[in-house]
Write a protein of this length. Structure first.
Lengths: 108, 120
């Protein structure tokens, strides 16, 4: 199985902060990495697919990047509606799709 | 845009079969892969499996022996059956569309989720 390790598991930030969340794959997954946002009691929402492609309708303050097996989700200026849990997910192995453990972003 | 809606019992007894259905709002069920994902209370996301409209499936090896997924194109629905459940199967179950792009595949549309509790 391809293991996805997210860090940090939680962070506290203020509105306007630049926030960075990292996901590391246990092996090469090319650009087959997606990011989701989940708010309490709601289904996850796709933010970024293919490591850096912004899903339609997602604000441009969200961006994704990749360097080898390290992937980053950046929120350039945190907004009140961005407090949520974020998950990465690899789709390189289509027979064993896996998610990271999640990063909870809460208010400082 | 496409909408997905899970339905099924919220309470299942141990050792029985958990059965859920996902209804897809438009006629696209024949054009995509359809998946199930679950989330135990307070925990992260776990992929269960997916099926395409031709009936080919891939599923999580940890669940494969107890799992079946089917698609009914005539009803725009797909279903999950998980046999011989235990308390460890208690979770919110999501259905989702699994879409393939040139350089990635992702879950781009999700149902709202349904909580299934396994308890006698």
């Amino acid at each position: 199985d391809i293991q996805m390790t997210q860090s940090p598991s939680s962070l506290s930030a203020s509105v306007g902060d630049r926030v960075t969340i990292t996901c590391r794959a246990s092996q090469s997954i090319s650009s087959y990495l997606n990011w989701y946002q989940q708010k309490p009691g709601k289904a996850p929402k796709l933010l970024i697919y293919g490591a850096s492609n912004l899903q339609s309708g997602v604000p441009s303050r969200f961006s994704g990047s990749a360097s080898g097996t390290h992937f980053t989700l950046t929120i350039s200026s945190l907004q009140p509606e961005d407090f949520a849990t974020y998950y990465c997910q690899q789709s390189y192995s289509n027979t064993r799709l896996t998610f990271g453990g999640g990063t909870k972003v809460d208010m400082k | 845009q496409v909408q997905l809606q899970e339905s099924g019992p919220g309470l299942v007894k141990p050792l029985e079969t958990l059965s859920l259905t996902c209804s897809v709002s438009d006629g696209s069920i024949g054009s995509y892969y359809w998946s199930w994902i679950r989330q135990p209370p307070g925990e992260g996301l776990e992929w269960i499996g997916y099926m395409d409209s031709s009936g080919r499936t891939n599923s999580n090896p940890s669940l494969k022996s107890r799992l079946s997924i089917s698609v009914d194109s005539s009803k725009n629905q797909f279903s999950l059956n998980l046999r011989s459940v235990s308390a460890a199967d208690t979770a919110v179950y999501y259905c989702a569309r699994f879409t393939h792009y040139y350089d990635s595949s992702c879950f781009d549309y999700w149902g709202q989720g349904i909580l299934v509790t396994v308890s006698s």
